[in-house]
Design a protein around this ligand. Sequence first.
Ligand code: GLN
Length: 487
Amino acid sequence: MTNAAPMQKKLNELSITEAARALRAHECTVRELFDICLTKAKELNPTLNVYLEFFEGPDQDAAIEAAQKRIDTEGENAPLLCGIPLAIKDNILIEGKIVSASSKMLENYRATYDATVIKKLKAQNALFIGRTNMDEFAMGSSTEHSAYGATLNPIDPSRVPGGSSGGSAAAVAAHMAIASLGSDTGGSIRQPAAHTGLVGFKPTYGSVSRSGLIAMGSSLDQIGPLTKTVADAKILQEALQGTDPLDSTTIPTPSPYSVRETPKSFRIGVPFHLLEAGVDADLLATFNAQLDALKAAGHEILDISLPTSPYALAVYYVIMPAEVSANLARLDGIRYGHAARGESLLSDYVDSRTEGFGSETKRRILLGTFVLSSGYIDAYYRKADAARHLLTQEYDAAFEKADVIAFPTSPSPAFKFGEKSDDPVSMYLEDVFTVTANLTGMPAISVPMGTVERDGVALPVGIQFTAPKGNEHLLFTISANVTKETL
Ligand code: GLN
């Protein structure tokens, strides 16, 4: 076939950049764009279980109208996110809406204020279609740990979409939203993005405010975008970043870290010694082919050594549960959440938490309480904290030689339901390449790098890049090289 007309994309299939252009050119209205996303979402939701709730009614109508008015009056000067329908992970507070973190504990909890990221998006007149399913309190890599049932991967519904931001990933991959927000404590944006063929971006720690994010591990958590393109991830990051008086860990823009110039030819460090064991052979071959393509495009591939990195997962699974156990202590049935009433105050606490939390959440609270207990804090928590500093030094040294470091995002493609849910350690191994960016605070991005076949289905897989803190621009540039975008 020659000269075939390019297939016209449906409105809900557009990227942020394309939708923003269509709105400004009056090729569609904000209402049409919103409705087509919502209609698609409602059509697929009974099978995929992506959204826990759709936001509809007079407030939404008013938001749609306000966005249209702004586009009509400001035209090209209207913010890029004006009128763009987004899906929001169910651990990010939107005033007046239920925010449950996919837990029975917060089933009826209504947010009393907007998360800072929501305030920023509202200021641009972005729209929120609904809240998306996730692993309970963001703990998991498959969305199977939700109290409201698992989300299905739109590419192969017999498989998980990844986690914990599985709902936010499936929403964009199935065109039930133009883009979405997730949160990433150990890989929860990047891993589901890889499993659903999207771009997933975790910013430098502190570059996006955590105010209004239900905390999992406070020294690790960051909010970030899941998008169809690298350009869209950059747009959302630019909209969300910046200091916030409500989060004292936020850093200003431009970043106080040493910001590097974007090189013409990148030095891409690859710790090949970490990939030998545990990565599926065909996924590794796809990764190597991607490296070859980058080399052919003029970039340099360096074999680097990260000797402490094999301990990163163990370090993460000590630090993270320690923080989880502290953060979730407030959910006691008295101050917040599911409230059971027993014979005594103690049984009120015990029953509320026993009934309200799922088993993975309980496992992590127990683990975290254990590693912080007086007899064990030196043996576990303090050792992990020391190793965390070593890891950071190791990466700082590696970034003397390399501009970015590349890994496969996860060791295998999306897995089948139930394959790992009874074996926590095999589930935790999913995070082997993603947790280091959270432990060290580095920004990291996952971009689609191709597919591998399982049971006759081509499943997407991702390449992950990390950069020194404050150097997200390096990640966007090298990623756009992979996706062949011009930013
Ligand atoms: N999968 C990881 C975990 O289970 C990461 C979670 C996250 O990033 N929220 O802890």
